[in-house]
Design a protein around this ligand. Structure first.
Ligand SMILES: Cc1cc2nc3c(=O)[nH]c(=O)nc-3n(C[C@H](O)[C@H](O)[C@H](O)COP(=O)(O)OP(=O)(O)OC[C@H]3O[C@@H](n4cnc5c(N)ncnc54)[C@H](O)[C@@H]3O)c2cc1C
Length: 420
């Protein structure tokens, strides 16, 4: 059987690799000139089962309403995006009901834990030359109320196998001495020892190489304009290299999966949510941090990648617009130095790599993986803010279903059919 994967980001590549391991013939089509050039390019760098909670947590509707149109909000909904969010937005809000939220949180947490185990197997194939580190994640809170709220979430996580340690300011500084200057501002924190970090694009490049070495045919610079449907199956894809065909197809085109699927009458509950990152050189700063840190009150994360710091954050509903808004970039500069005041004299703003990407966000906060009503079309998309964390497990889970092998996790909670 020949399977064609559409999309060469984290999810397309892990799927292609796992399919090939099952002995299937695999090709992958990607419109960019190399692997991991879209949303997987410069994400936050953290593989964090500890942050598996969907973004549509209880109360999200009122929060989003307050933030509507506010340029400096961590979660910004632009007025122009409202029409495209109507149906999806209602589902997003519906899934913030406490019971739904908890159910979806659990699906993410279980997949994330499985995925970290699968990453170990992938590392055996690709090595760890992607600024890999396994020092855990530290999440910081600046108010006692936030610490108390987080404690509830952690009780859930520990039931699902995610280990954590509650820390005070002093312990936080012990874990990451670069936080010393802000110790007095910290109300508490949580340390998750099993989380990992790494550069997603570098990993994509290594995995693409491993795929090719094992016989996957990867074609870059091929833009798929549309899928060709005949009855309940896909006949082929039509793109910049004409008609290309296979026995089965995996749509792993990130947020662009939705318009491609819409072209064949398949509605995916998926919208792009824009986020920004800065990659800063910290080579000259002897006291630079080594531990990925999330500052809950600043809505930002700073992740060390070798001698660079990746600062990522913010969510913006603005359709497929990839404009780098200067205000939001400046905000990230300021967040980096609020967390690490000692970094300010070493910060080279000119050399900073500014980036934004579109998270493929499903309306319930759980990815869309596996079969569709078209019997030879499969999905691997919708991993939202968790695509780096979930990629290895998601690729395996989708490949298992295509190869008719029994998956390690029940695939039903991740399938499109859950939307009825
Ligand atoms: C600011 C930011 C920070 C993040 N931080 C983290 C983090 O710390 N941890 C974490 O787990 N996740 C994080 N994420 C989420 C994660 O990066 C994404 O979920 C993940 O990259 C999605 O991968 P993907 O393969 O689905 O999509 P992509 O990487 O976008 O891959 C899809 C590919 O399909 C290709 N494609 C699209 N349309 C076509 C077409 N018509 N023809 C051919 N090719 C096509 C695209 O060019 C692209 O390469 C972050 C995201 C952002 C934006």
């Amino acid at each position: 059987m020949h399977v064609m994967v559409i999309g060469g980001g984290l999810l397309g590549l892990t799927t292609a690799f796992s399919l090939r391991r099952h002995g299937l013939s695999v090709s992958l089509l990607e419109q960019e000139t190399g692997p991991g050039r879209a949303t997987s390019f410069a994400n936050g760098g953290m593989l964090h089962a500890s942050q598996a909670n969907p973004w549509n947590e209880p109360g999200v509707f009122w929060h989003a309403l307050k933030m509507l149109g506010k340029e400096d909000a961590a979660l910004l909904v632009r007025y122009k995006a409202l029409p495209s969010l109507l149906g999806w937005g209602m589902q997003f809000v519906r899934h913030s009901r406490p019971d739904r939220y908890l159910h979806n949180f659990e699906q993410n947490a279980r997949l994330a834990a499985y995925s970290l185990a699968c990453m170990r197997e992938l590392r055996a194939a690709v090595g760890s030359d992607y600024d890999y580190s396994a020092r855990g994640t530290l999440k910081l809170f600046r108010s006692p109320e936030a610490v108390a709220g987080a404690a509830t979430m952690c009780r859930q996580l520990s039931e699902w196998g995610v280990r954590f340690e509650a820390v005070n300011g002093q312990r936080a500084v012990e874990l990451e001495p670069a936080l010393g200057r802000i110790e007095s501002l910290l109300a508490g924190g949580l340390y998750f020892p099993d989380d990992e970090a790494g550069d997603a694009q570098a990993f994509c490049a290594l995995l693409a190489g491993a795929c090719v070495a094992r016989g996957v045919r990867i074609e870059y610079g091929v833009k798929i304009d549309r899928l060709l449907r005949s009855g309940d199956r896909i006949e082929g894809v039509l793109g910049s290299r004409g008609l290309q065909t296979a026995d089965a197809y995996v749509l792993a085109a990130g947020p662009w999966s939705a318009p491609l699927a819409a072209g064949i009458g398949l509605k995916l509950p998926l919208r792009p949510v824009k986020g920004y990152s800065l990659t800063l050189c910290a080579h000259g700063w002897a006291g630079r941090p080594g531990l990925p840190v999330i500052d809950d009150s600043l809505h930002a994360a700073v992740c060390p990648l070798g001698d660079r710091l990746r600062v990522a954050g913010t969510a913006e509903f603005t359709g497929f617009d990839l404009t780098l808004t200067p205000g939001r970039i400046n905000n990230l500069f300021s967040l980096a130095t609020q967390l690490y005041p000692d970094f300010a004299p070493h910060l080279d703003r000119e050399a900073a790599v500014r980036w934004c990407g579109l998270r493929p966000m499903s309306s319930d906060g759980v990815a869309l993986m596996g079969p569709t009503p078209l019997h030879n079309l499969y999905l691997n998309t919708g991993h939202g803010q968790l695509g780096w964390t979930l990629a290895a497990g998601a690729g395996q889970l989708v490949a298992d279903q295509i190869a008719r092998q029994s998956p390690a996790l029940d695939p039903a909670p991740y399938q499109l059919a859950r939307f009825g």
